[in-house]
Design a protein around this ligand. Structure first.
Ligand code: ATP
Ligand code: MN
Length: 467
């Protein structure tokens, strides 16, 4: 059977009729009547199936009895123009080989229209559904778009460590990494654990961000980006947070606030445009099945200019809305961290466009953000999106050693292991800026999926590390 080279379904569907063809894949459905059987075959190369027509005079019906939904087969035959509706070509089977059957009594993906919750319980098989096939092909294309964008703009892909011993950011949110025997933990007279005999000789964790190391790259190579896994042990069971997610973090020397906002806007638009240009079939499917407004929303983001809004003006707008009767769950006075209901009000109801919010109160932002001349606000530049809220967190970094040190002291940040970071400000310090984009937040936007657990193959969330 393998004398013929295998053709992927995506190519078979575009091939001209009249040639011999061999396809391999997983059966989506099998139907038929007494004289002929129809098998819809999918191999992951496209959302579309190819139809295999089995004439029982040539191939006895008995021999294909075990070809049920989920089975894996190879089928060889002539590619012909289809008699039926729904496809241009189909294959008249001459030979069929069964690689693996799927017992219909137990195979979990029998019927269509399973709930997202149920599919999460069978995450090992859900990539075989139309929805997850589409999402995962788009995910690949988005990763490719990101590398393409930065490569074409002269950024270097810079690999920052996944294990880190610097605990300056969100110490409470970190997963510890240790080879210590947890059944036999020795503590000193103060009740503290001695890490000197641990693997790294000090307390270590999984990274919550590659930014600090990214700054080391930017202040040498000029412009870098990271694209790697990030870990946060935040116990927030929301549809927008994962314990393990992928983050893209460009960091650029000599970039100011306006240039940073330009980059954020240009980059996100590039990614969305890429999806529209390269994932049309999958987007069309998601638009039909998941979110009727999806493609329109993607096009509108590509075509509109983002609003650039200082935090203080944003608070004024929210306060006005409250005066006019708008109810929010959380307060939003000057100095409060906005929650996603506020962000979404500004984006979806007030401006009806993505918003880049700038110049936040320094107390609610990280220590490394550049302080404005007012002494009260910092040069953050977060991008807020419809449906999602915050998709990008960015800022100009404080390059002044003394100002940075003061912020570290005021905040009691343990910097004993951070001497290397401060060296960027001691030797050849330079203005620089960067941002972090949560890959799965971008995926939520591009696919129209509602829950972040459904845009990554195997989600990690509180109480869930199956598969
Ligand atoms: P949020 O307020 O939504 O929790 P954050 O302020 O903690 O976000 P940053 O620390 O600025 O986020 O991280 C940069 C980006 O990483 C965010 O804009 C978001 O896109 C993404 N992100 C942050 N936390 C998570 C998470 N737990 N799961 C998925 N993506 C995340
Ligand atoms: Mn967070």
């Amino acid at each position: 059977m393998d004398s013929l080279k295998r053709t992927k379904v995506v190519d078979a569907l575009n091939a001209t009729a009249g040639q011999k063809i061999l396809v391999k894949g997983w059966v989506r459905t099998r139907r038929g009547n007494k004289s002929v059987g129809f098998i819809a075959l999918n191999d992951g190369s496209t959302i579309k199936n190819i139809q295999i027509v089995v004439d029982f005079e040539k191939i006895p019906e008995d021999s294909i009895k075990t070809i049920t939904t989920g089975a894996c087969i190879a089928a060889e035959g002539e590619l012909v123009e289809s008699q039926g509706k729904g496809q241009a070509v189909e294959i008249l089977a001459e030979k069929i080989e069964i690689y693996g059957t799927a017992d219909p009594e137990t195979y979990p993906l029998q019927k269509k229209g399973h709930s997202m919750e149920y599919l999460r319980e069978i995450a090992h098989l859900r990539p075989r559904t139309n929805t997850f096939g589409a999402v995962l092909r788009i995910r690949h294309n988005m990763a490719y778009a990101i590398h393409t964008y930065f490569h074409e703009h002269g950024y270097y892909y810079f690999h920052t460590p996944i294990i880190t011993a610097s605990d300056c950011e969100g110490a409470g949110q970190m997963f510890q990494v240790t080879t210590k025997n947890l059944y036999d933990l020795k503590k000193d007279e103060n009740g503290s654990i001695d890490y000197r005999d641990d693997f790294f000789g000090k307390q270590a964790s999984l990274t919550v961000s590659g930014q600090l190391e990214g700054e080391l790259g930017a202040t040498a190579l000029g412009a870098i980006y990271t694209f790697g896994p990030t870990f946060r042990a935040e116990n927030s069971n929301t549809p927008r947070h994962l314990a393990e997610f992928w983050m893209i973090e460009p960091e650029i020397a000599f970039m100011d606030k306006t240039e940073l906002m330009d980059l954020e806007e240009d980059f996100v638009k590039f990614c969305v445009r890429w999806a529209l240009d390269h994932c049309a079939d999958d987007l069309e499917f998601l638009n039909n099945m998941i979110d009727k407004g999806l493609i329109e929303r993607l096009k509108s983001v590509v075509d509109t200019e983002f609003v650039r809004l200082p935090y203080t003006e944003g608070i004024n707008i929210l306060q006005d809305a409250i005066k006019k009767g708008k109810k929010f769950e959380f307060p939003c006075n000057w100095g409060d961290d906005l929650s996603s209901e506020h962000e979404r009000y500004l984006v979806e109801e007030h401006f009806k466009r993505p918003v880049i919010m700038t110049d936040y109160p320094r107390e609610i932002k990280a220590f490394y953000m550049k302080i404005n001349e007012d002494g009260k606000t910092v040069q953050g530049t977060d991008v807020l999106f419809p449906q999602i809220g915050e998709i990008i967190g960015g800022s100009v970094r404080e390059e002044d050693y003394d100002k940075l040190m003061k912020e570290i002291e005021v905040r009691n940040i343990p910097m004993k292991d951070m001497w290397w970071y401060l060296d960027t400000r001691r030797y050849g310090s330079c203005p620089h800026a960067g941002f972090g984009l949560g890959f799965e937040r971008l995926m939520l936007f591009v696919t129209g999926m509602q829950n972040i657990r459904d845009v990554i193959p195997f989600p990690r969330t509180p109480n869930n590390a199956e598969f």
